[in-house]
Design a protein around this ligand. Structure first.
Ligand code: B12
Ligand code: SF4
Length: 444
């Protein structure tokens, strides 16, 4: 068969398709027997039309929520050409019945144990509508094969999914709805094999929602990564700062940037979103510990929770400067469909749009409680503008003396974000939201 894997694009191209190469497609390529041909297109920077689809027997598309509309359009195009289409990914797993309306088959959950079955079913013309993936064993988490992608299109293809699962089950986070709380670390010999196969010295990305879900396993992993003498970026929870040995091993392994979901400074809000793990940690102390270990912090914050008052932006901004967070990431709280917060807000009649393409974290899709929709969006715009102003960047750069240490990634990430800040102009006006005059005037 000729198989085409398609990575959809988000409506406003807010998130660069060029950052991290889509691992799902590289994983399916690895799982596909040699007898089939696999090609790949990323709609973020390549055009897909009827002509492109010629000659394909099966099209596979991955859908997260903000790109679901694009996945449906592509699926529609395939169906007009009578090509069988299958959709997998987070959104398909959260809303299988919706996705089933647009595709011949949908895959929910992890696909390692299913893909070959699907291909066989297609060959014998017996495709099923639903395929339900089971939790994959650690040793079977596939090693991605990026040979179908043009590597120069991406910031890095040196991504490794060294583990899956997180025990914390925060209400708003889709990761545990999908992979459950079964924690699986890839066997270390597979990790070694994977990193050794990388052709470039580019930064390594640890593509897991919480790389330190199990401290002992994480320690083994970082000990294994150290001899490779590479720079790494990854995501973990603030609780890593409670273990000095782990922090040292992370640092020694070359972990340069750690994305930490601080989410909110308010304990009340943390309880509301069930991110209890953060309650036990003093953020300022945690940040100091990471810095003391030479680890820079990408700190994410969400706004618009029911407990958030209008002063939340100012308080957060002051904290970010005071605590010297290296790269702040500000998002509006987004209730992804299929999650508890979504069901609650929907039952309260507060979901304002079911246009998933607006579920980006940079839009307001529900009625906030303590401020208006306009105030929430205006606050987000202003805090981003501050963070990406030259003053904001210089302040953060100098506070940690990164300029003198020649921190290449700090510059790259900030320039990338500054470029992305154009979204504020491109995206405006947000449909149905009238921004206050002082913001609208700046956008014209
Ligand atoms: C790496 C990552 C990114 C990277 C790279 C994304 C990329 N280019 O692929 C970057 C930083 C760019 C990114 C951006 C965003 N991300 Co992100 N990201 C992740 C992360 C940490 C890992 C994803 C990954 O590559 N996993 C490894 C691969 C192999 O797993 P997988 O994609 O799930 O694929 C498996 C199955 O789903 C299935 N499958 C997937 N697709 C298909 C298709 C077919 C045909 C088949 C058969 C099977 C199949 O097979 C694979 C193997 O089992 C996840 C968290 C997580 N653990 O899932 C969040 C996650 C996917 N991101 C999320 C979000 C919200 C975003 C952003 C909106 C950012 C934001 N505002 O918060 C943007 C939007 C991106 C977009 N346009 O969709 C959410 C998605 C929520 C949702 N409902 O859709 C997640 C789950 C995080 C979370 N905790 O909520 N992200
Ligand atoms: S700790 Fe992080 S990855 Fe784990 S459930 Fe909470 S938000 Fe998701």
């Amino acid at each position: 068969m000729n198989i085409l894997l398609v990575h959809p694009k988000d409506r406003f191209e807010l998130f660069s398709s060029r950052s991290v190469a889509p691992m799902w497609a590289a994983v399916l390529k690895r799982l596909t027997p040699e007898s089939h041909n696999v090609d790949f297109i990323s709609c973020g920077f390549e055009r897909l039309n009827e002509k492109t689809l010629e000659g394909y027997d099966l099209v596979g598309i991955s859908a997260t929520t903000p790109v679901a509309h694009s996945a449906y359009e592509i699926a529609g195009l395939c169906r007009t050409k009578n090509i069988k289409v299958i959709i997998g990914g987070l959104h398909a797993s959260l809303l299988p019945d919706e996705v089933a309306k647009y595709a011949d088959s949908i895959v929910f959950g992890e696909s390692e144990y299913l893909w070959n079955q699907i291909l066989e079913d297609k060959v014998s013309d017996k495709l099923q509508q639903y395929y339900h993936g089971s939790i994959v064993k650690a040793e079977d988490i596939a090693i991605p094969d990026y040979s179908i992608m043009k590597k120069y299109n991406y910031f890095t293809t040196n991504s490794i999914e060294a583990m899956r699962g997180c025990p914390n089950a925060c209400d708003f986070c889709c990761a545990t709805y999908f992979s459950g709380n079964t924690i699986r670390y890839k066997p270390l010999d597979l990790v070694i094999q994977e990193v050794e196969s990388w052709k470039t010295k580019k930064v390594g990305y640890l593509a897991s929602a919480n790389i330190a879900s199990n401290f002992n396993k994480a320690k083994e992993l970082f000990t294994t990564l150290k001899p490779f003498n590479r720079k790494w970026m990854g995501d973990a929870c603030v609780n890593v700062t409670g273990d000095d040995e782990l922090l040292k091993l992370m640092s020694d392994s070359g972990l340069a940037y750690l994305e930490v979901g601080f989410e909110t400074l308010s304990k009340k809000s943390l309880k509301l979103i069930n991110k209890k793990i953060n309650l036990k940690h003093d953020y300022k102390d945690a940040i100091k510990r990471l810095h003391d270990n030479n680890i820079s912090i990408v700190g994410t914050f969400i706004f618009g929770l029911d407990t958030d008052e209008k002063d939340v932006f100012k308080k957060t901004m002051d904290f970010v400067y005071d605590a010297e967070i290296d790269i702040p990431v500000y998002l509006v709280f987004t209730p992804f469909p299929g999650t508890k917060p979504y069901s609650k807000l929907d039952a309260e009649g507060r979901i304002l749009t079911k246009d998933w393409s607006r579920y980006t974290g940079l839009d307001v899709v529900y009625q906030p409680k303590m401020m208006s929709r306009e105030e929430l969006l205006a606050g987000l715009i202003e805090i981003w503008e501050d963070a990406l102003s030259f003053r904001g960047i210089a302040n953060r750069l100098l506070s940690q003396w990164r300029g003198f240490k020649g921190d290449f990634y700090f510059t790259v990430i900030n320039l990338f974000l500054r470029n992305k800040s154009k979204f504020l102009k491109k995206y405006y006006p947000w449909e149905g939201i009238d921004l206050p005059d002082h913001i609208s005037a700046r956008k014209k």
